[in-house]
Write a protein that binds this ligand. Sequence first.
Ligand SMILES: CC(=O)[C@@H](O)[C@H](O)COP(=O)(O)O
Ligand SMILES: NCC(=O)COP(=O)(O)O
Length: 243
Amino acid sequence: MSRLRLGVNIDHVATIRNARGGRHPDPVRAAHMAAAAGADGITAHLREDRRHISDRDMERLANEITLPLNFEMAATEEMVAIALRHRPHAACIVPERREERTTEGGLDVAGQLSVLKPLVGRLVEAGIRVSMFIEADPRQLDAAKAVGAPVVELHTGAYCDAEGADRDRELTRIIAAAAHAHAIGLECHAGHGLSFDTVKPVAAIPTIMELNIGHFLVGEAIFIGFDASIRHMRQLMDEARKA
Ligand SMILES: CC(=O)[C@@H](O)[C@H](O)COP(=O)(O)O
Ligand SMILES: NCC(=O)COP(=O)(O)O
């Protein structure tokens, strides 16, 4: 089975920094530490409201890190211009609402094909690997294919937030969606809310190629350190893949 990549999202290192408006902790330093701990990529979400990652953070990440950079962005002209300026390895198109505490759901690609198709085309033409951050829904998968995105990232928040039979139901949806993505020629990733307790069933899905994980890793770093947090997540992912 292919190696499952770990993208470490460093948004919430910036959240802690922004709490005092200073320069510590530095998200770019965290990215370098993640690389040393075995991360396969760095993910950062430049939100419209800049609540965590700043424009300067994104510029430094694009220029200073050696790992592939996955730039999470809303489908806006502002973010397309920034992506085209920095030319990250990848861009993940995510929904944004100012009043949301976190990314609450997947992007409604099916409902905005005519807007997203040219936007995706511009990023793909610039050599950026575009993914669509969507719910585990075949309709959204087909729409991602229709707009020309080669990759989808399945939102795992509902799975992580659920318990018991509800969590099992959400996992079944993710498994089916990952199979459908593969069947229609999309590379499948997953992320949002994943933790030590929830990662293994998702990591065990053979057609998922990459997990993007951040909030839990940064939070757990308070207790065991960032390096140990990432290495343990990597170990759990590898165990799941070998099972
Ligand atoms: C798109 C996604 O799931 C993550 O990047 C998430 O957006 C983390 O950032 P927030 O906690 O600001 O939503
Ligand atoms: N796209 C998901 C991501 O980058 C990390 O989400 P989270 O682990 O911070 O919830």
